[in-house]
Design a protein around this ligand. Sequence first.
Ligand code: NAD
Length: 494
Amino acid sequence: MPENAEIRNDALDPRNYNKLYLNGQYVKAQSKDTYSLKNPKNNTTVIEDIPIAGPADVDAAVGYAEEAFRGPWSQFTALQRTECFLRLVTLLDNELTPILEMDSLTSGIPISLAPIRELNYIRNCVLYYAGWTDKQKGDYYPADDGFVKLIRHEPIGVCAAINPFNAPLATFFLKAAPALATGNVMILKPSEKTPLGSLAASPLFEKAGFPPGVIQVITGPGSTGALLAEHMKIRKLSFTGSLGTGRLIQVAAARSNLKRVTLELGGKSPALIFEDANLDNALTWTINAILTRSGQLCVAASRVYVQRSIADQFIKEYTRRMELAINDFGDPQDPTTKLGPMVDASQLERVMGMVERGRSEAELIVGGLQFGDTGCYMQPTVFLNPKDDAEIYRNEIFGPVSIIKTFDTEEEALKMANNTEFGLMSGVFTRDITRALRVSSSLDSGVVGINCVSLQSLQAPFGGRKQSGVGREFGEYALRLFTEPKTVLINMGA
Ligand code: NAD
């Protein structure tokens, strides 16, 4: 952790963030519509008047973005872009922690995670992409047919990002960094539930030397997102969120200007625990993977398959640890709290509804109720042996709710793990490296962890198979999806 990243006292006032961030300035939205946000720990109001950006606001953002893309930003050399990235890293080290703390007021993400996990993750992402600006090399093919062929990877232009509520700042930088490293400009729309941190972080880009208009933030719910998805001058949209919304975005892109679309969608990630696994390691990973952010995690290990010979032992300890996790709940703004609430009352209600319906479809062995009577806290919950078509078994719950099933053979485990339309993440726990590699080949997901699960690496592609997504983020793969190849043909006979 950087030395200067300790929690600070200079708390930011969320009520100041009732504007859009356009062309390097906070401006009042042209749309008069607003909405309010509450703190999920106790349902008190945090801010009354977050703007709902309308068509004129989106058009203004696109206009500024086009000017920045064709104008000052296009004049930056790759190394000048790297310098901006490096200055941004220093600014993040110094200024991101209070922003993350303010963001926690509506996300409910414990601020204890801010300096350790969130800041490191975000600053390392920016640092990683700082090194890529001058490595957008192309190709050359000789004139064996009379024409030299040059291939350049060029930026796409005006890009948009639409982000989910559960990782507001992480998704902001994960999308902005590769987009800017390749010379694009970006308009971001954070989730309507968690916009504060994105609004507060955006001026850091100009402070770091990026020209105004390169990064802009507009706020609003799905209706604002839809304006981006159907806009005729936005050329690329990078979306992270639910499967249903992803589908709408793909349709809007196809109906408008065929903008390029990357979709990072939901998951129902399996963890396979074989009898020779290090059980303590398997327990630690699978429990963390369902409790982090109260289960509001795309890669949450929400389906756990245990080999029958160790099932009793594993399930006993798994349930014990899930029951004990109740002691980790607390005020997300208290730096000692490990587990916070769900993001809001509607998310709690949604998860509680699924759990209630699940009671008749599986055996509830832990939790199942709201935790406490104020705030949006949900007890860690475990179901055993669901019916094959149970809603809790087939759909993403996005809460601290896991399902355990037992298996006898590797073949049976793989069949159950792959029997889903999701394909984001899987984990296999075994000491047998041959089995681990064999199983990793057969698991139908974009990422497979061996003796770990619910993990991402900045260097390696991340994304879903099947209906968990289209395209990849992270590493070099993200850069490719923010550029278009251009072929230049040179007639050597002229
Ligand atoms: P959501 O789909 O409800 O909302 C995501 C974003 O889409 C929000 O900004 C929302 O305002 C916007 N939106 C809603 N309707 C829209 C429309 N018609 N057109 C354009 N934009 C629209 O998702 P959520 O509840 O905020 O996030 C949870 C989901 O995100 C889960 O499914 C989770 O698995 C997924 N997620 C995936 C990843 C990943 O990397 N694969 C990471 C985090 C979250």
